[in-house]
Design a protein around this ligand. Structure first.
Ligand SMILES: Cc1cc2nc3c(=O)[nH]c(=O)nc-3n(C[C@H](O)[C@H](O)[C@H](O)COP(=O)(O)OP(=O)(O)OC[C@H]3O[C@@H](n4cnc5c(N)ncnc54)[C@H](O)[C@@H]3O)c2cc1C
Length: 427
């Protein structure tokens, strides 16, 4: 094991950074977290945690807190643009996993992680209002980081540590410094509008649904247990539209507001006997616009005493519910490597050898639409709908696409269920 006295700086108190702090704490290493914003607020809309990620968080002792607020997703169902069912597969506990798939508000997830980090590490180790501006090797071979106030640009402090973990998200300053010629993330031409609407439950109130095909699609899943308890549903939804990727787009910003008029006309006739898509869209609380961006996988995450984690390492399209989950898996792998290896260089090499190829595969699979490849095939083969899905695509082909993605992203049931399930209040 690398010494528990290791000085570790984590950049970013997002999903990956906070999980890394909790995972390091589990192996006896108390890190310091430096977060750009002055106050960590519960921002975003819905996010999915696949069973391999809930397993990590469960082993961190957070499953009860998560399931108090999240919906345990029971199935993922794909439909064509006429609302006809293409494929339905059970998810989480219903699919025989020992850990659930959770649909949760990102803000709730972040606040649960933050509360645990404050309690376990001590609030004094979480430094908000510290935007990393510059990193570099220190004279003693360690790593040096300078932090500024994001608004004024004034230096707040400078720190030296044995290891710096960059979990500073899709616009990672650390990555930009390590790869100065890389430029901004690339856009595939798809715009996403994300929102929540409180409404009557869709289907049984626990399914994730996807209607349409890449470029004209509506995805929805419920995220609130409180609403479900009173017979309602907090529906997280995403409207997706393909534009010309050569046209200019507004830089990705998780907090940018969007408007209904930009996408509603493309979905106006999506009123089916089991869901009224335009009605859900019209009743949205707030709508956020986000371009579908990612970056090419890279050949190296670790530079001396600095390594990348989460979106800073492998930003991906949000196609297979994997963004947060893969960041959580990175955190686990890094902590495990620090335990398994005798020295820091070996641990960072082991972390990268485990996670870099694995996440590169997911980035590339998401470019092929992840499991939603099913909808591309059906739209191509049956653009006017179908009488029987079997005449368009066989059940075996559907099952193969679904199982291939799960294997590739590391959440096939056999892999996830290997190992013991902790005691929880889940049934
Ligand atoms: C405000 C916000 C809202 C989001 N909403 C959604 C959503 O609704 N649905 C969804 O699927 N994904 C959302 N995401 C992205 C999602 O959280 C990530 O894709 C995924 O969870 C991987 O997490 P991460 O920790 O790598 O990155 P993030 O969760 O993005 O966390 C990065 C953290 O680093 C901080 N940071 C950035 N630059 C610096 C710097 N220079 N110095 C110090 N700290 C820095 C950020 O403030 C943030 O807290 C959102 C991200 C943010 C920041």
């Amino acid at each position: 094991m690398v010494s528990a006295d290791l000085d570790v700086i984590i950049i970013g108190a997002g999903i990956g950074g906070l999980t890394a702090a909790l995972e390091l704490d589990r192996v006896g290493i108390k890190a310091h977290i430096y977060e750009s914003v002055e106050e960590i607020k519960p921002l975003g809309v819905g996010i999915n945690l696949l069973p391999h990620a809930t397993k990590v968080l469960g082993e961190c002792g957070l499953l009860d807190a998560l399931t108090e607020t999240a919906i345990e997703t029971s199935a993922f169902i794909f439909f064509n643009k006429f609302g006809q069912k293409i494929w339905s597969e059970p998810r989480g506990i219903e699919a025989g996993y020992a850990w659930p798939q959770l649909s949760i508000h990102r803000g709730d997830l972040q606040m649960i992680l933050l509360a645990a980090a404050r309690e376990r590490l001590g609030a004094e180790r979480i430094h908000t209002g510290h935007h990393v501006a510059q990193i570099g090797p220190a004279l003693d071979g360690r790593v040096h980081a300078r932090f500024v106030n994001r608004t004024t640009g004034a230096t707040v402090t400078a720190e030296t540590a044995d290891l710096l973990i960059a979990g500073d998200g899709i616009h990672s300053v650390v990555r930009a410094q390590l790869r100065p010629t890389e430029g901004p993330p690339t856009w595939n031409g798809v715009l996403l509008w994300r929102a929540t609407t409180e409404a009557s439950p869709i289907l049984s109130g626990r399914e994730m649904i996807s209607i349409g095909y890449p470029g004209r699609r509506f995805i929805a899943y419920p995220i609130g247990k409180a609403q479900a308890a009173r017979g309602s549903s907090l529906i997280n939804w995403i409207a997706e539209i393909q534009r010309d990727p050569s046209t200019p787009f507004r830089r990705e910003d998780w907090n940018r507001r969007g408007t209904l008029a930009e996408f509603l006309p493309r979905f106006e006739d999506w009123v089916f006997d089991w869901v009224d898509v335009p009605a859900i869209m019209r009743a949205a609380e707030a709508i956020y616009e986000y371009p579908c961006v990612d970056r090419d996988p890279i050949g190296r995450w670790t530079h001396g005493r600095v390594t990348l984690l989460g979106d800073a390492a492998h930003p991906m399209y949000p196609m297979g519910s994997n963004g947060a989950s893969q960041a959580i898996l990175d955190a686990r792998a890094l902590a495990q490597a620090l335990v398994a290896e005798p020295d820091l260089d070996g641990a960072l090499a082991a972390y990268e050898a485990t996670r870099r190829p694995a996440t590169a595969q997911v980035v590339l699979a998401n470019r092929r639409q992840g499991p939603a490849e099913i909808q591309t095939i059906v739209e191509e083969r049956a653009p006017n709908g179908f009488d029987r899905i079997e005449s368009v695509i066989s059940a075996a082909e559907l099952a193969e696409i679904s199982s291939r993605y799960k294997q590739l992203a590391g959440f096939d049931r056999q892999t996830v269920n290997a190992g013991k399930r902790p005691e929880t209040s889940l049934t």
